[in-house]
Design a binder for this molecule. Structure first.
Ligand code: MN
Ligand code: MN
Length: 464
């Protein structure tokens, strides 16, 4: 190659970078950040536990519960807890809120198996729970993996009983059984989506009968007796409970080189943790920064803890009103990263991706200009102007980043909360971590990409 061609190529051609080949990256910082993330993720198995853990982290970092009637000044750190399932952290800036805030939003709900309102039954002298799956799952993946149970019983007397069982090795766990291959001839004839049907996602929870007695359903009775002794609840208390079954266990390093991390629930706690830490690590910002942990993304962001609710809008309004300003003006001047994952290129399934526009493991945080499906249906599509501004701040802060689409144009698609934030008049684009096996009980990410997502959110918070 002649020097001219080389020079021209360098000057004119866009080149993606594998971050692990760079020598100006602090890989100790990558490891340290991921240690913190693994610890968070190992505990934060549900949206409720994510919010609980985040309040712990935030409180230790000087955040206090926000009071709308109070006046806060630059550098003050506050949080708003939305029903224990969604949360906003804010650090007040030196500029008026009306001049715009910097927002990062991630979601802390993940696909899982919820218990039905009347879940407990006995069949063939075994006790089981009926479930209703939450979010988009390949149902067959959820059989024969150890499951833990987390959630709350809200009793009629106004008290709440928290349940968290199955994560530690000295605790029992639960499981959805599957058919042995020897007898699966008919099961194999089903369509893949029906290989396991929703009503077959039944969780095995016990088999010991109450005692040698003539009565029926003694296994179920024995389970109820255990639950009463341990939690003080009766079968009727399931009617006002929220109980979520998730894959049991802690995150693990993946690969001989330990460059990757496998776990349940990366989508989207892998972006939530960077958003939390970016707020925690922001001391005296120019613009007020807000990190939001949202619920219900996996089911369409509906409900009063989802991003279609007024939670964020009214919080920004409260912040502006405290300075005599207007929330609508603040929102119009605000900039946001909708921090959510994208599908990483998988060498085993290359056909679903268009290589030039797919995101790759270790190539850094992935910007997804638009999501949606087919002809960009159901997306906000960030403006070129805003993506241009984001590019500048990412490059200025040495953030390794790439762009990605969610697979080939006609193959499928998906959405994020970006469009609901855009509806508030905020400039927003998706940025997050590329994930392998998304929505599976065990998802994989690159530690480098996790750290770069943190750096990206921090760059937004620090920007002029
Ligand atoms: Mn997500
Ligand atoms: Mn998802």
């Amino acid at each position: 190659m002649s020097d001219t061609v080389k020079e021209l190529k360098e000057k004119l051609c866009y080149k993606k970078t594998n971050g692990l080949k760079l020598d100006n990256v602090d890989f100790n910082a990558v490891e340290e950040f991921n240690k913190g993330y693994a610890e968070f993720l190992g505990y934060a198995k549900t949206e409720r536990l994510s919010v609980k853990k985040t309040i712990e982290i935030a409180t230790a970092a000087g955040f206090v519960e926000f009071r709308p009637d109070k006046k806060y000044s630059a550098g003050d750190r506050v949080y708003v807890n939305n029903r224990g399932k969604s949360l906003a952290l804010a650090v007040i800036g030196t500029e008026p809120v009306e001049k715009g805030v910097r927002i990062a939003v991630a979601h802390v709900d993940s696909p899982r198996l919820d218990l039905k309102p009347n879940p407990l039954y006995e069949e063939a002298e075994m006790a089981l729970f009926k479930t209703h799956y939450y979010g988009g799952i390949k149902k067959y993946q959820w059989t024969t993996v150890p499951l833990a149970l987390h959630g709350v019983f809200c009793k009629k007397d106004g008290t709440t009983v928290e349940v968290s069982i199955g994560e530690n090795e000295d605790e029992p766990c639960f499981v959805v059984t599957d058919l042995l291959p020897h007898l699966a001839q008919d099961q194999y004839k089903r369509t893949p989506g029906e290989l396991i049907k929703g009503e077959e996602l039944n969780i095995l929870i016990g088999s010991r009968p109450f005692k040698d007695d003539e009565s029926s359903e003694l296994v179920k009775l024995n389970i109820l007796n255990i639950l009463f002794e341990k939690y003080g609840i009766t079968e009727e208390d399931f009617l006002s409970a929220e109980l979520e079954c998730v894959p049991a266990g802690k995150p693990r390093d993946i690969g001989f080189d330990r460059s990757l991390m496998g776990s349940y629930g990366h989508d989207d706690r892998v972006c939530a943790y960077p958003c939390i830490m970016a707020a925690v690590d922001t001391a005296a910002p120019k613009h007020t920064v807000v990190s939001v942990l949202a619920d219900k993304e996996e089911t369409g962001s509906e409900g009063n803890t989802g991003m279609q609710s007024t939670f964020l809008e009214f919080f920004i309004d409260d912040l502006a009103a405290m300075q005599g300003g207007k929330g609508s003006r603040a929102l119009r001047n605000s900039k946001c990263l909708s921090a959510d994952v994208n599908a990483a290129f998988d060498p085993t399934f290359p056909d679903v991706m268009e290589r030039r526009n797919a995101s790759f493991i270790n190539y850094g945080a992935v910007i997804t200009k638009y999501t949606g499906s087919r002809g960009k249906g159901g997306t906000s599509d960030a403006s070129a102007e805003y993506v241009g501004w984001i590019r500048k701040i990412l490059d200025e802060n040495n953030v390794v980043w790439q762009t990605g689409e969610l697979g080939k144009v006609d193959l499928g698609g998906g959405g994020t909360v970006a469009m609901y934030i855009a509806n508030l008049g905020v400039d927003v684009v998706d940025l997050g971590v590329p994930v392998l096996s998304m929505h599976a009980p065990f998802e994989v990410v690159s530690k480098f990409d996790v750290y770069m997502t943190y750096k990206a959110v921090k760059a937004l918070f620090d920007a002029e």
